[in-house]
Design a protein around this ligand. Structure first.
Ligand code: ZN
Length: 123
């Protein structure tokens, strides 16, 4: 499962961001996961637990914000709704080919960590 590699990468990114705060530990990390990344949110949660196990960040929380891909029609200048997991090639209203927008996000949006003195920090 490639989620473990992603979780380790997220952890590394968080640790880099916390470098100016020695002794701090992660409280919660918020990530955006796009539909087209082939990342399963449930698996990423489990992978996060595994990635931080045995580190000072063990027990921290990962919050996953799901970012679906959108189908955009240039003819109608509008997003077109679609059923979960299915794609339309052509706009049902005007027949133009639809473009896929978004869904490729895999970003750390927010990192909350706890300073060694116990003070909560957002940012
Ligand atoms: Zn259209």
């Amino acid at each position: 499962m490639h989620e473990l590699g992603i979780a380790l990468e997220i952890h590394r990114t968080c640790r880099e961001a916390m470098a100016p705060h020695p002794g701090a530990r992660i409280e919660r990390v918020t990530v955006a996961v796009g539909e087209l990344t082939a990342v399963e949110p449930d698996l990423l949660e489990s992978a996060w637990e595994a990635a931080v196990a045995g580190s000072p960040d063990e027990g921290s929380e990962i919050r996953i914000l799901w970012r679906p891909a959108r189908q955009y029609c240039a003819g109608c200048r509008a997003d077109k709704p679609r059923a979960e997991g299915s794609w339309l090639r052509l706009c049902p209203d005007c027949g133009m080919p639809l473009a896929v927008e978004g869904g490729e996000e895999l970003d750390v949006l927010e990192l909350a960590f706890i300073e060694p003195d116990g003070e909560d920090t957002d940012g």
